[in-house]
Ligand binder design. Structure first.
Ligand SMILES: Nc1nc2c(ncn2[C@@H]2O[C@H](COP(=O)(O)OP(=O)(O)OP(=O)(O)O)[C@@H](O)[C@H]2O)c(=O)[nH]1
Ligand SMILES: [Mg+2]
Length: 198
């Protein structure tokens, strides 16, 4: 948990449009997923910092891309949550344009962490994202989040179900920010994407 460079992560800025993004250089890993799936929580836990990314009980809070700098060439991007039905159409469209545009154009994107609530995995929008990453050959780590909500056997079953339905570019692990489950495995995969030397 205390391994660099995650511990050194610092909030850099929030961007509301693509032209506010840092230069498209170095290494980026983006966290995506439905609203409330646990993106910000997982970033905090993986970075070993309690309040790096803002978490909230109100779905759809993060409407901008939050940029966290690990070092001068590595960044974690907290993408706005998608699929929050109660949001006004205009806001939903903004999220869509921002996330879609980011994913389509970002050359320094080395991998996508896709958060799925273990109680509601592989929703339609998750599958759309997975298909897109398969097409673009971007590696994906699915974090089956809030695994603490299930007993061990049920969690294992959910994991196997998701595993069976993933494309070849994606892998899945059980994750719980609350219980700190899956954190080291997630860090190991991010290390590879970021090309962090052991
Ligand atoms: N039980 C449990 N609750 C969790 C876990 N991770 C996140 N939560 C809760 O789920 C809610 C949403 O978590 P966030 O991390 O803010 O989710 P998000 O995906 O960043 O949400 P948006 O930014 O709104 O899209 C919060 O109330 C968290 O406390 C977990 O591992 N276990
Ligand atoms: Mg968030």
């Amino acid at each position: 948990m205390s391994r660099s460079p995650y511990q050194q992560a610092e909030f850099e800025k929030s961007v509301a449009s693509l032209d506010g993004l840092p230069d498209d250089e170095g290494y980026e890993v983006a966290f995506a997923g439905r609203s409330n799936a646990g993106k910000s929580t997982s970033i905090n836990v993986i970075c070993g910092q309690n309040s790096l990314a803002r978490t909230s009980g109100t779905p759809g809070r993060t409407q901008m891309i939050n940029v966290f700098e690990l070092d001068f060439e590595r960044r974690i991007m907290d993408l706005p949550g998608y699929g929050f039905a109660k949001a006004p159409k205009k806001v939903q469209q903004q999220w869509h344009d921002l996330v879609d545009g980011y994913l389509q154009q970002r050359k320094c994107l080395k991998g996508l962490v896709l958060l799925m609530d273990i109680r509601r995995p592989l929703q339609e929008i998750d599958n759309v994202l997975l298909e897109w990453t398969e097409h673009c050959k971007i590696p994906v780590l699915v974090l089956l989040s809030k695994a603490d909500k299930f007993k061990f056997g049920a969690a294992k079953n959910a994991l196997l179900q998701v595993q069976k339905n993933l494309p070849g570019n994606a892998q899945v692990i059980l994750f719980s920010g609350l219980k700190k489950q899956g954190v080291e495995d997630a860090q190991d995969i991010l290390d590879q994407w970021f090309e962090v030397e052991e």
